[in-house]
Structure formats: C-alpha cells, structure tokens
Design a protein around this ligand. Structure first.
Ligand SMILES: C[S@@+](CC[C@H](N)C(=O)[O-])C[C@H]1O[C@@H](n2cnc3c(N)ncnc32)[C@H](O)[C@@H]1O
Length: 204
C-alpha cells in the first residue's frame, strides 16, 4: 500500500478496497458501452482500473479545478489511451457539463461529500450530458426510510458533518426523486459490502 500511495497523487485507500467489488457489480452495465463520464474522479484510480478490461470504452474523468492537476498527472502515468485527459466539472456549474451524450455517467463516494445544493444541481444539470438510454451509476452510502443502514454509517455521517457541515449521507428517496425529475428511472439498487449501495438509473 505504501508503494501505491507513493505512485498516485491523492491516493485513496478506499478505492483499493472497493474496486474489485464495484467492478463485479458494474461490469455488466459497461460491457457494451462506448463512452463514460466520471464525476469526482479525484485520483483516477477507478478510471484506470475499470477501463483496463474495456478497450471499447472511452472514460472521461473529471473533477473540480482544485483536484485537476494531480488527477491529470495520475492519468498520464497510469491510464491507457482510453482514459481521456480530465476535464474541469463542478456539478453546480451548468457550463462545465459536456454538451454531448455519454452512454454512462458514473460517480463514487461524491454525493455525500458535496452539499445537498450541489447534489440538486448535479441532477438538474446532468441531462446536458445524457440522452435516452444513458445510465447514471452512483456508488456510496445511502439512508433508506430516514434510517442509517448500519451503526458504522451513522458514525460516518457524524464524522462527515464534523469535517464539513454541508456533507451528509443522503436519503435514497430524496435522491431518487431528483433522478425522476431529471428524467431517469431506477434500474437497480445493489447492496454492496461495507453498507454501501450501487444505484443505477436510466434516462428515458
Ligand atoms: C470522497 S471523494 C471520492 C473520490 C473517488 N470518486 C473515490 O471514490 O475515491 C469526493 C469527490 O467528489 C468531488 N466533488 C466534491 N464536490 C464536487 C462538485 N461540486 N462537483 C464535482 N465534484 C465534486 C471531490 O472533488 C472528490 O473528487
């Protein structure tokens, strides 16, 4: 792990822990796809790992400007030609969203980090980069029926809010309502290890 930490800027140990299980869950959704936009790529570890076995898929990383230079350096060093140089994408800035439809839009562990206002903006702006059939895949912890899905998620939520009062584990029902307003319907909700979910919606 120390060697990996030295090899990557903004190295995320969580990505090393979750990449195999996320891959198992998302591989069937990516199999026949050609283009993917990732929101909040941070280090780009998921992009480099998931795109390697998918030579037909072009993976567009993105993040807010603060994280762009280290992400760019990681992609240059560890990515294949199918991982494109990252673009600046703050979900709240409508102008940042590419005016081209992607087959898949993917994000991991970002909806509980950004503010609720930004989550709302994310769903409102997403149609700019989607068309009928586009999948939106979100990985991370979610609450259901107003309840934490585990004691560890309840503790994680306290930790998140102490770090940034705008962060919080989101209610699935509220996020699903935003997805429906944006023109999507839920395809599946997969229980993942460590009390996370993989949520897949599709634009109609
Ligand atoms: C906990 S990190 C997750 C990084 C990576 N996806 C992972 O799974 O390890 C949260 C990510 O959300 C991004 N983020 C926060 N606010 C954002 C915003 N307004 N627009 C786009 N990305 C944002 C952060 O820059 C960061 O890359």
């Amino acid at each position: 792990m120390i060697e990996l930490e030295q090899a990557w800027h903004n190295f995320a140990p969580s990505c090393e822990r979750n990449k195999a299980v996320i891959w198992q869950a998302i591989a069937p959704f990516l199999a026949d796809k050609k283009s993917l936009l990732e929101i909040g790529s941070l280090s780009g570890q998921h992009a480099c790992f998931f795109s390697a076995p998918l030579p037909e898929l072009t993976w567009q990383c993105s993040d807010i400007s603060f994280n762009l230079a280290p992400l760019s350096a990681n992609i240059k060093q560890h990515g294949s030609a199918k991982v494109l140089p990252p673009i600046e994408l703050d979900v709240a800035n409508n102008q940042h969203w590419p005016r081209q439809p992607f087959d898949v839009i993917y994000t991991a562990n970002s909806l509980h980090i950004m503010s609720w206002q930004h989550v709302v903006a994310c769903f409102a702006n997403m149609p700019s980069s989607a068309n009928a059939g586009t999948l939106f895949i979100a990985y991370g912890p979610f609450n259901f029926n107003g309840q934490y899905s585990s004691e560890s998620n309840a503790e994680f939520d306290i930790w998140l809010k102490e770090r940034d009062s705008q962060s919080a584990i989101r209610d699935f029902e509220a996020v699903d309502a935003l997805a429906q307003q944006a023109g999507m319907s839920l395809v599946t909700n997969i229980d993942m290890p460590a009390n996370n979910q993989l949520l897949v919606w599709q634009f109609s």
